[in-house]
Design a protein around this ligand. Structure first.
Ligand code: G3H
Ligand code: 13P
Ligand code: ZN
Length: 384
């Protein structure tokens, strides 16, 4: 069933495991994320980023996506998640990742998302509070969970309390929870987005410990989120490069550090890059193994795009020739089916591994099966 994300985070917090949150950019990816969580009886968080919604709304140049594109994409992906997830035995949340504006959040909720992130981390503290409060007011009135962000990702080791540090200040974090009423907060503590995180990225778990401890003192039940947490598996990077890819300086976060962070107050761990890498590897492998596909009427152009963009690993760069399938999940012919198999297998390889490492397997029954209506009543009774 679909649930507000808060219910999934509560279970992770109370039972001491980490919950992965996995980005999707196409309907068949959402299907695969749900199915692999079902296999492991894990609760599931799927996330569509603001720009990803534009892409799933049919916008090939998604960097220029309009609000209308995002609305269409949010609806497309939410329809698919309902189709695959409503009757599912596991709890599933669909979360907007890095929502830029209140309008983006509204588009997601109207489409059927059960959780939104408003990322005001680039704003001065008070403006971030203001924007986040607006989103909380809108979302909580509908039982929808809200994640905010404080601190700027991409830190350099040991700069934690230095002047001008971009790491999250634990005191500000507690103040942010109090002033905004957010359910969850993304913090900057040493991780960063993308496949180039530096050779020995160090997570400053002390930051999570400090925030969580202070929240307890203040009687606030808030959850912490680790963004930029892909592990960038070395074997996948090597395979991409062996297939003609040109990935340089690719390094991720050590999974042991993520597990440790989850024991120090991190409840949700965001992963996108690892999925992109596995899917890219699979599609390259498909064309390397079956050369006839390179001139396929429906997917030959995917091969051309791969060849033109050897340093890229975001499938949105290559899969534009099958936009209808991206948006609806409909499969017009056998060749497109093979691309979808590549996408689904890539998702399952990476997500399955992390469900096991994060220990969310078997935890589906720990999540209270609350509805958005019940969650709305909960917020109303507490005045948040
Ligand atoms: O945290 C960012 C995610 O990886 C989403 O990326 O904005 O390119 O869709 P995107
Ligand atoms: P990665 O780029 O490390 O996968 O981070 C994903 C993320 O933070 C999505 O919000
Ligand atoms: Zn992120």
């Amino acid at each position: 069933m679909l649930v507000p994300m808060r219910a999934i985070l509560e279970a992770a917090d109370q039972n001491g495991y980490a919950q992965g949150a996995f980005n999707v950019n196409a309907v068949c990816q959402a299907k695969a994320v749900i199915r692999v969580h079902e296999t492991f009886r894990s609760p599931a968080i799927l996330q569509g980023a603001d720009l990803a919604n534009g892409f799933m709304g049919g916008r090939k140049d998604f960097l220029n996506a309009t609000l209308e594109d995002k609305k269409r994409g949010a609806k497309n992906i939410a329809d698919a998640v309902r189709r695959f997830g409503t009757e599912s035995p596991i709890p599933i949340a669909l979360h907007l990742d890095h929502g830029k504006t209140l309008d983006s959040c509204v588009a997601a909720v109207e489409g059927g998302y059960t959780s939104v992130m408003i990322d005001g981390s680039h704003l001065p503290f008070e403006e971030n509070v203001e924007l986040t409060r607006e989103v909380v007011k809108y979302a909580h009135a509908r039982g929808v969970t809200v994640e905010g962000e404080l601190g700027v990702l991409a830190g350099v080791e040991d700069h934690v309390f230095a002047e001008g540090s971009t790491y999250t200040n634990p005191l500000h974090a507690v103040d942010f929870f109090r002033k905004t009423g957010v359910d969850a907060l993304a913090i900057s503590y040493g991780t960063m987005h993308g496949a180039n995180k530096g050779k020995n990225a160090v997570i400053r778990k002390e930051i999570a410990i400090a925030i969580k401890e202070n929240l307890r003192h203040e009687g606030i039940e808030g959850f912490l989120v680790s963004h930029g947490s892909s592990t960038v598996p070395r074997y996948i990077v090597d395979e991409i490069n062996a297939l003609g890819g040109e990935l340089k300086d690719a390094n991720g976060i050590d999974v042991g550090q993520l597990i440790e962070a989850s024991r120090c107050g991190i409840n949700k761990i965001n992963v996108d890059t690892d999925i992109r890498l596995a899917v890219t590897r699979n599609i390259k492998e498909l064309f390397a193994g079956d050369k006839a596909l390179r001139s396929s009427a429906s997917i030959g152009e995917i091969y051309e795009l791969l060849e033109k963009n050897k340093a890229a690993f975001d499938p949105r760069v290559f899969i534009t020739p099958i936009m209808d399938t991206v948006m609806t999940g409909e499969i017009p012919d056998d060749d497109v089916a093979r691309i979808c198999d590549c996408i689904e297998a890539g998702v399952k390889e990476v997500v399955g591994t992390l469900i096991v490492r994060f220990e969310s397997f078997g935890k589906a029954p720990k999540v209270k099966p609350v509805t958005l209506e019940e969650m709305e009543a909960y917020y109303r009774s507490r005045g948040i």
